[in-house]
Design a protein around this ligand. Structure first.
Ligand SMILES: [Zn+2]
Ligand SMILES: [Zn+2]
Length: 287
């Protein structure tokens, strides 16, 4: 169906491709995806890092290729414990293989207890302790973690109940994942701490759930407007911004139009051009 609609002119530029996708009828246009937060990060050496266990974790665990007899070591970083970041954990195949080893990381000292408590009756029929995989828990204490050559650091961001954003760096390339973040004025101040965390970053995946209007009426709800995220990326010279944590009520077309407005805002108001993308399920980003 989709292939029959494509004309050569639709493939002529990144803009024409975006236009083609944005103009698809709703039954063909749900290409951005509606699963909740879960990312797979791979190091150069193939280490497997997963960030958050939202509903996307179920499909990710089914699609992973690895030797089931040998098992795999999963480094599982949690940003915070809201439902949309945990709901895939009970349905994740990785936990049902006794040869797998899963190391969870969080700055919350009650990490193990919090994860276990979301799998008790009446919420779920089996407990987390039933998972045959070897589960380990690491409490982050302000020091970066190293997995082979990947250095992972984190910082607390403004969000109800707390949340952390992660910075992954390997061989001079860096990526920041900052979901469920309400950017504060203090995040824009060029302190040493801000520059060491946000500086020298190639790709920023940032919570941009709101428009500016929505942000004004939803102050302190813990999310950022896309215009503020653009200003933030410009402030730290980050060349590629991914809009993330989409408003669940928005269609693919609305998200694409937000991307276009964000690009326009960057170019017209700040006279600077950066790449802005809408995060899509299954998309691969190479650093
Ligand atoms: Zn949240
Ligand atoms: Zn969330």
């Amino acid at each position: 169906m989709l292939v029959n609609r494509i004309q050569p002119k639709d493939l002529s530029s990144p803009e024409s491709k975006e236009r083609f996708l944005a103009n698809l009828p709703p039954d063909l246009g749900n290409l951005i995806g509606g699963n909740t937060t879960c990312l797979e990060v791979r190091s150069e050496k193939g280490d497997l890092i997963i960030i958050d266990g939202g509903t996307g974790l179920r499909m990710l665990s089914k699609k992973l290729h690895y030797d089931k007899k040998q098992g795999i070591h999963v480094h599982f970083f949690i940003t915070h414990f809201h439902w949309d970041h945990l709901q895939g954990i009970p349905f994740c195949d990785l936990f049902f293989n006794p040869n797998n080893r899963v190391t969870f990381y969080s700055n919350n000292p009650n990490l193990q207890e919090i994860l276990a408590n979301q799998m008790v009756e009446p919420y779920f029929p089996i407990r987390m302790s039933v998972f045959p995989a070897k589960l380990e828990y690491v409490i982050l204490k302000n020091e970066p973690v190293k997995i082979n050559d990947v250095v992972i650091s984190y910082r607390e961001v403004s969000h109800p109940g707390g949340c952390i954003s992660y910075r992954f760096e390997e061989y001079g390339k860096a990526f920041i994942f900052s979901t469920d973040t309400e950017l504060q004025t203090s995040d824009f101040i060029p302190t040493k701490g801000n520059h060491s965390f946000y500086g020298g970053v190639n790709v920023l995946v940032m919570d941009t759930q709101y428009t500016l209007n929505e942000f004004i009426s939803k102050e302190n709800w813990g999310h950022t407007s896309f215009s503020k995220a653009v200003e933030f990326a410009l402030e730290y010279n980050i060349p590629h911004l991914y809009l993330f944590h989409h408003e669940p009520n928005y269609s693919d077309e609305q998200l694409e139009s937000l991307r276009q407005i964000a690009t326009w805002y960057s170019e017209k108001f700040h006279n600077k051009s950066i790449k802005i993308s809408v995060s899509r399920e299954g998309e691969r980003i190479y650093l």
